[in-house]
Each structure stands twice: as structure tokens, then as C-alpha cells.
Design a protein around this ligand. Structure first.
Ligand code: TXA
Ligand code: MG
Length: 344
């Protein structure tokens, strides 16, 4: 199959994408977080194609993307008032809500769960495509399962060339890490995955929230977790990744003492001079953590190369968007974190 890439600015784009989606085909779509691999979320056969293309485990449910808040009533029941307050505050935007699913949603989409994840993405053309298709669009991140997510149309083409008819190119993704997932079927609501909407923003609307243990630690393969996707090793280049915490100086001293050719250092722009000779790859500026979330997956994909032996990674500290970066890097490193201060 020939894969065509079409720009969001092309006037033909929304209609063509919507037509393919309603015909049961896969279409990759840009969002503000990452590119999604989209299919009609109400059509089990279309949804099955997503699992095949990604090599995704069948028990890992998909997020349904809607054009606006009114669409969730047809997909979910027992919707708490808090869902409307969250949508009012953060939609369209990088927030996914888990709610009780109506029977119209195939089990193929929910991975057999009685709940469904819904989100309204902040990309006007993608919302127009969903509106024209007239159905919710199931879309996981468009990477091959287990690999770093796709934040450009080129990344999607790299992973899926020849496997789908259309990739909609909306340029690089602004947020760069996937949406925040909040489970509203629990009281207090439970944060299943940190992302573009920060815990601080959620707390402002919801009062208290709890944080699922899969956010901050590695979960063993057979454990029961709320977001099935969180138990798999993820976002990871093929080599070992080690997070090195501590001051710039302590980290540089430690990494330089361990460095052997073939290793790479994933660092902040500000640290480049400290890692001269250690093949550093900057992914953004520590002074502006949004550049780190936006640059992380492109950098991890670059490091996903047989010539790379081991990656020493620097990770931003604190809350806000840095919290989401800690989670993604943590998962890429299987939460292998070392404090360089202990070696001073
Ligand atoms: O930003 C995003 O959310 C992107 C873009 C494309 O919208 N999508 C995305 O999808 O990240 P995916 O499939 O890569 O991640 C979805 C996560 C998985 O960890 C999955 O297990 C979890 O959401 N999930 C989906 N439905 C769920 C449900 N009913 N209950 C709990 N977790 C759910
Ligand atoms: Mg994913």
C-alpha cells in the first residue's frame, strides 16, 4: 500500500481523511501531544488494524477522540459533574478522562474493560476530521508498540510506511508527551498518566487526586494495573537507559568517570559544555521544561540505534510538565535512577 502524507493546510485534507476513516481505514492524525494512529472507534475491524500495525497487546485499551464535549454522552454513562468542569477548563487539550463506557463501544476498543478513555485534541483540523467522520476516533500514539512516541509525520512514516493510506502532517507536536489520564470512576479521581495538564492544574479543578503507583515505579508484567498500557516497558530505545540525578557538576563528574565510547549523554542544552567528548544529545533547555517535553521523544528515537551502547540521561526535577518528563524518561529507563551526589 502506498502511504500518502497530506498537510493539514491542504484544503482536501479533512474530507479525504474522514472518508478513509469512515471506510474503515487507518489514518495517522496530528494532535498537540503526539501523532495518533486513528481508526473508527466503533468499528471492531477498523480498530483491529491499529493493534496489528502497532504490534500492540490486545488488553491495552485505546483512547476515543471526540470533536467536542457533547459527543461523550453517546459514549459514556454516569458522567460525573467533574468531567464537565474538567472539559470546560482543559478541552480541547491534553487531558484524557476515564468514564463508564456505553455498550455501543466495542470490547476491541476498551480492551474488554467496562470503562472508556475519552479526549478532545487541540488540533483544529483533527477535530474537523472527527466531526466529518461522525464517529469517535480511536487513536493510540502512532509509534510501534514499546518504542518512543511519534511527534512528527516523519516519525509516523518511519514506523508505518506502506501500512496505512494516509498520514496527516500538522508539523511537530507542541506538547510532545501524551495526554494526562485521569480516572473519574474513582473517588478521589486517580491520575493514571501525567502529561500536558499538570497535577497542579487538576487539583485546582478537582480538589484532591490520588496518583497511581504505575506513574512512579516499574510494574511487573503480570500485575493488575488501572491503565494496562502502563505495565509495559515503553518509550524506550533498544539500549540501557540510566537516569543520573544530582547537581550538574556531580552528574558530569559521575558520567565522565563511567563514559566509554558508544555511550551517549541525553542532557539539557545548558549542560553541553560539561559533556564535551561524551557525545551529548540535548533535548531542550532546563530553564524551559516545555522544550524538554517537546524534544524528548525525537531524542529518544534518535538514540534508538544499534550503535548506541548505553544512555546516561539528565531529567528535570519538580512538578508541572517536568513531572510528565520524569515519568516518560523513568519508563524508558525502567526507573533505573542513580543519584550522582552519592558518589561525590
Ligand atoms: O496524547 C494522547 O493521549 C495520545 C494522542 C494520540 O491522543 N494517545 C495515546 O494513546 O497516548 P496510547 O494508546 O498510546 O495510550 C493510552 C493509554 C494506555 O496506557 C492505555 O492503557 C490507557 O491509556 N487507557 C486507555 N483506556 C483506558 C481505560 N478505560 N482505563 C484505563 N486506562 C486506559
Ligand atoms: Mg502510547
Amino acid at each position: 500500500m502506498q502511504t500518502r502524507v497530506i498537510a493539514t493546510a491542504d484544503p482536501e485534507c479533512p474530507r479525504l481523511a474522514a472518508k478513509l476513516l469512515t471506510a474503515g481505514d487507518l489514518v495517522a492524525l496530528p494532535t498537540e501531544t503526539v501523532y495518533g494512529l486513528g481508526a473508527n472507534g466503533l468499528d471492531p475491524e477498523a480498530v483491529a488494524k491499529i493493534f496489528v500495525a502497532k504490534g500492540r497487546p490486545n488488553d491495552n485499551p485505546l483512547i476515543l477522540h471526540v470533536a467536542d464535549i457533547s459527543q461523550i454522552q453517546t459514549l459514556c454513562h454516569s458522567i460525573p459533574e467533574s468531567a464537565y468542569r474538567l472539559a470546560e477548563a482543559f478541552w480541547p487539550g491534553p487531558l484524557t478522562m476515564v468514564l463508564p463506557a456505553r455498550d455501543i463501544i466495542p470490547k476491541r476498543t476498551t480492551g474488554g474493560l467496562s470503562t472508556v478513555a475519552v479526549r478532545c485534541p487541540d488540533n483544529a483540523v483533527t477535530r474537523e476530521i472527527i466531526r466529518l467522520a461522525g464517529v469517535p476516533i480511536a487513536a493510540p500514539s502512532a509509534n510501534l508498540s514499546g518504542k518512543p512516541s511519534t511527534t512528527t509525520a516523519e516519525h509516523v512514516l518511519h514506523d508505518h510506511n506502506g501500512k496505512l493510506p494516509l498520514i496527516v502532517d500538522g508539523g511537530p507536536c507542541r506538547v510532545g508527551v501524551e495526554s494526562t489520564i485521569i480516572d473519574l470512576t474513582e473517588d478521589p479521581p486517580r491520575l493514571l498518566r501525567p502529561g500536558g495538564i499538570t497535577p497542579e492544574q487538576l487539583t485546582q479543578v478537582l480538589g484532591s487526586i490520588t496518583v497511581d503507583k504505575a506513574v512512579t515505579a516499574q510494574i511487573c508484567g503480570d500485575a493488575v494495573v488501572k491503565a494496562p498500557g502502563m505495565k509495559y516497558r515503553h518509550y524506550a530505545p533498544q539500549c540501557q537507559v540510566l537516569i543520573i540525578n544530582g547537581s550538574r557538576e556531580a552528574a558530569a563528574r559521575y558520567i565522565r568517570s563511567q563514559y566509554t565510547p558508544g555511550d551517549r549523554v541525553l542532557c539539557f542544552e545548558e549542560e553541553l559544555p560539561l559533556f564535551e567528548g561524551c557525545d551529548p544529545l540535548p533535548y531542550g533547555s532546563e530553564a524551559d521544561p516545555y522544550t524538554l517535553s517537546a524534544g524528548l521523544f525525537a531524542a529518544l528515537r534518535q538514540l534508538d540505534d544499534p550503535s548506541v551502547r548505553r544512555v546516561f540521561a539528565r531529567c528535570p526535577q519538580g512538578g508541572g510538565i517536568a513531572y510528565a518528563v520524569q515519568n516518560r524518561l523513568g519508563k524508558a529507563a525502567a526507573f533505573q535512577i542513580l543519584d550522582a551526589e552519592a558518589f561525590v
